[in-house]
Design a protein around this ligand. Structure first.
Ligand code: AMP
Length: 433
């Protein structure tokens, strides 16, 4: 299938060629024709599937086909609601690329930055508004945002918007839109609240489901290091001696943890910046740009901040902390291996995180290969549940190591083979004395 066969107009085809997109992804293939035909859409798909273009391309085409504008000033004809600032900026960047040969204007409205410029943008008028719900509600309440002309509504990452507590804001925004409109609804998961939203907002939607969350993990090489909490930083520094890890997105559980890790890496002369909710929008954008341009080697992020970050050709994701929600693991590692690229995901698991690991492995229906011989093996005491000592056949051999980040001869146990490995467990920890 080609983009031409999807009946996209030449200015869009030209923009896609400039992006080096040679063929549509499955969600684009399935979503573009019904959206162009005016149908509502429910897409069960996550970031990395090409879903942004799946909704932006037909929206751009539909809006540019309409001639003339009432009273000369542009009115908001499409509203895209998305959970985070980064995702909003990403959508806006994509819009600018795909719509570069057409005369459409967009604006982004997000929290965390001054409202003034956003008021001015609304004053000037636009065709497409990309917004996070909280700031949009503020501007609507102050009379700045007029949504009476919206023809196409997109709810992007709706499940994440629910998780983030935006449901009331979403409903209040939707109540201000014309009842007669086209609605495109995207969600990576399908909890009951999402189902009832879909039922109440969509009319006879086209339903498309792309790669269930558990199968994303299959194309990404994964590696697991059992390590005690205080040894995580030394282990990371050790792995980063390998220059083939040119850059990596590192996930921590907390904002403080992210800041602490950046300080530790910086002390070890590894360039790193953090991106999380306590940072201003400008600081987050600067950190992201520095990372994209290779000024910093490590971008340390919390889950919410990282949602929607789109970095082309990201080769490594490092889980400095394992997430307690197993789906989050899949979202995180899905940052690498995008658009068919293969990526590497390295995870550190401390003792307290073993239950999270079990949930993750249950979800992805795989055992994550364990790197046994590293310099900081986890210690173990008699109270360690037998369940976690289970024999693993998936211990990665030194030849088969996926990280290439491990250097021979640095392992304190190297001289005596796998001396530190718990007998018979295949687990790379040593007994706590
Ligand atoms: P998304 O799922 O929308 O976040 O897109 C994931 C990544 O895939 C982004 O970097 C897009 O630029 C890229 N992408 C989207 N569609 C295509 C395509 N048809 N061919 C190649 N790359 C694409």
């Amino acid at each position: 299938m080609t983009f031409e066969q999807l009946k996209l107009i030449p200015p869009i085809l030209k923009a896609l060629a400039k992006e080096n997109y040679t063929q549509p992804t499955p969600i684009q293939e399935q979503a573009i024709p019904p959206v162009l035909a005016g149908r509502d859409l429910f897409g069960c798909a996550q970031t990395g599937t090409g879903k942004t273009a799946a909704f932006l391309l037909p929206i751009i085409q539909l809006l540019s086909a309409q001639q003339g504008r009432p009273s000369g000033k542009r009115v908001i004809r499409s509203l895209i609601l998305t959970p985070t600032r980064e995702l909003a900026i990403q959508i806006s960047d994509n819009f600018k690329s795909y719509g570069r040969f057409l005369n459409l204007r967009s604006a982004v409205i997000v929290g965390g930055v001054s409202q003034k410029a956003q008021e001015q943008a609304l004053e000037q008028g636009m065709d497409i508004l990309i917004a996070t719900p909280g700031r949009l509600i503020d501007l609507m309440n102050q009379g700045f945002a007029d949504l009476r002309h919206v023809q196409i509504l997109v709810l992007d990452e709706a499940d994440r918007m629910l998780d983030m507590g935006f449901i009331h804001d979403m409903r209040r925004i939707i109540a201000k839109l014309p009842a007669k409109r086209q609605t495109l609804f995207f969600s990576a998961t399908m909890p009951p609240e999402i189902k009832s939203l879909v039922d109440s907002l969509l009319t006879n939607p086209m339903k498309i489901e792309i790669t269930p969350v558990s199968s994303t993990a299959e194309r990404i090489k994964q590696a697991l290091y059992f390590v005690d909490k205080p040894n995580k930083l030394p282990l990371l520094i050790d792995l980063l001696q390998d220059k083939s890890i040119e850059s990596a997105l590192v996930f921590t559980r907390t904002k403080h943890g992210a800041d602490r890790l950046v300080r530790g890496l910086t002390k070890a002369k590894i360039t790193a910046q953090a991106i999380h909710g306590d940072k201003s929008q400008n600081a987050r954008q600067a950190a992201l740009n520095n990372f994209k341009q290779g000024v910093t080697r490590m971008l340390v992020a919390t889950d919410i901040a990282a949602r929607g970050i789109d970095i082309e050709e990201l080769s490594h994701v490092i889980n400095y902390n394992l997430p307690n929600i197993p789906e989050t693991y899949v979202h995180r590692i899905g940052r690498t291996g995008r658009a068919g690229l293969s990526g590497i995901a390295i995870s550190f698991c401390e003792y307290e995180e073993i239950p999270y690991l079990k949930d993750i492995e249950k979800l992805i229906k795989q055992k994550i290969p364990v790197i046994g011989d590293h310099p900081y093996p986890m210690t173990m005491n008699e109270s360690t549940p037998t369940a976690v000592r289970e024999t693993r056949t998936s211990v990665t051999s030194s030849e088969d190591r996926v990280t290439r980040g491990h250097r021979k001869g640095t392992n304190r146990n190297d001289s005596a083979g796998r001396k530190g490995t718990f007998e018979g467990s295949g687990r790379p920890w040593k007994r706590r004395s």
